[in-house]
Design a protein around this ligand. Sequence first.
Ligand code: GLY
Length: 571
Amino acid sequence: MTLALRWHVLLISFLLGTSAAFAADNPTPSTHATQLAQRPGRAGIASANALATEAGFEVLAKGGNAFDAAVAVASTLSVVEPESSGIGGGFMATMHIAAGNRDVFIDARETAPAGVNAKDYLNADGSPNRDTSLKGPLSAGIPGEPAGLAWLAKHYGKVPLTVSLAPAIRTARDGFKPDSRLLGAIQEEQKNLQRWPASAAKYLPNGKVPTDGEIWRDPEQARTLELLAQYGQSGFYSGETAQKLVDAVQAAGGHWTLKDLSSYRVKERAPITVDYHGYKVITAPPPSSGGVAIAEILNILSGFDLSKLDEVHRVHLVIESMRRAFRDHNDYLGDPDFVKMPLDMLLSPYYADGLRQTILPDKATPSSMLAPSNGVDPGMHTTHFSIIDADGNMVAITSTVNYVLGSTFVAKDTGVLLNDEMDDFALVPNKPNVYGLLGSKANAPEPGKRMLSSMSPSIVIGPDRTAVIGSPGGSTIITQVLEGILAFIDGGDAHQVVAYKRFHHQYMPDVVSVEPGAFDAATSEALTRMGYTLKDREPWGFMNVVIWDRRTNKLDAASDPRRPDGLGKVQ
Ligand code: GLY
């Protein structure tokens, strides 16, 4: 979109007024009263690792609810899937609380330490220094996950942390067989792990990558989890654990202080809601860009009946909507506690009307008409799990340490692998981060600020069926979740939704990333003729979905078939 055209769209939006798609920072009552009348009677959990899914059921059997099960799943993933998420990272949760019929969003995202210094992330020539932003203690934000787990237990759970963290502590202490993905991640990051003695000691026992089938123990993380179980948030953010974290980070050149840890706070925010052809989508607000982008895309698409279109034109409209939403992502979004964002405008159906007018019926809009940039392919780190319990409580959690094995820096004597979330800031304005995402001042690093995320944990409530859905995937989280939502609305069951082949466009680079097999030859040729550059890309996923069919009162849980270690289960 040219600058002039963009201002024209903004003007239309302001002249026509704004919609109520975004609510202020207060949890909102759900408008779907049908939720109150029913309970599923059974529970469904889908996560990226069978041990984590089973940990969730173990805690349900001990009297816990979906939120206690979420604590069990997340903490077990910290032990068995550390390449994706953990207590050294952060998470975002979109939740439906059956009693009271409320939707809430929990922001346990990391924050920049007070000593953050943008110069740490620049080379001498001013270019981005991807080593300091992705590896070692400078790359790590103050973790949010332990505080988030304590928050879930305290405000929404039914059992104490000593119960909900017990499966993770046991697994860390007794050991487990790492799956091939974790072994592959350790292999891939071996050189970086060797840079820090505590990282090498944890992940390279006897100086080498653990072998397939070997039992692997994590006693230091077990001890850190025990302190969290015993003392709640303060068991991590003050006392023994906090001191060890700060000592380790400072000794290796980082800036964390005890005050950074003790002042960390979970934020409870109003989720974004959007209505799309009779479906209510409840999703992540800033500091995630995911919900804003998904809402913007759905608002643009709501002007079409996709079911009446052929495949080529359906894909064309979805790509063009993605392109426009990602452009706004780059320009406007950041931590709502630090930046004013035009959310009323971005979420307004009138703004979407304006954007829809700019889509050419049979031709791609080159992103170069909008603004220049470039980027790289994202990886598949981060994890998502979905839970519905027997009472109809629902939780969608996306959790991350950012890139594979986060910063690769383990804080000595804690077993805590730190995230490398600082790279999610726009460390150099309009230079792409590791996911090829651009950013502006809105997402510049500042003391105590949360870095922008793509995490999009979502709940979709339709006339007859409800889905709890999410995915990892860096910047592709947004488009993968969007495509999952569209597949659900098209009538897909949980297994079909997670298996659906995917594609992605993020405005820049101006390329459609395509999962092999997503388009047949005729569709690919037609899209190429329309001006699209298609590029095969792997990997995709790993989506985890639970669907509740309220007509038959049946639950259906599925883990992405792209990953054999996941488990979706109903019991
Ligand atoms: N670190 C990936 C994300 O939050 O989007």
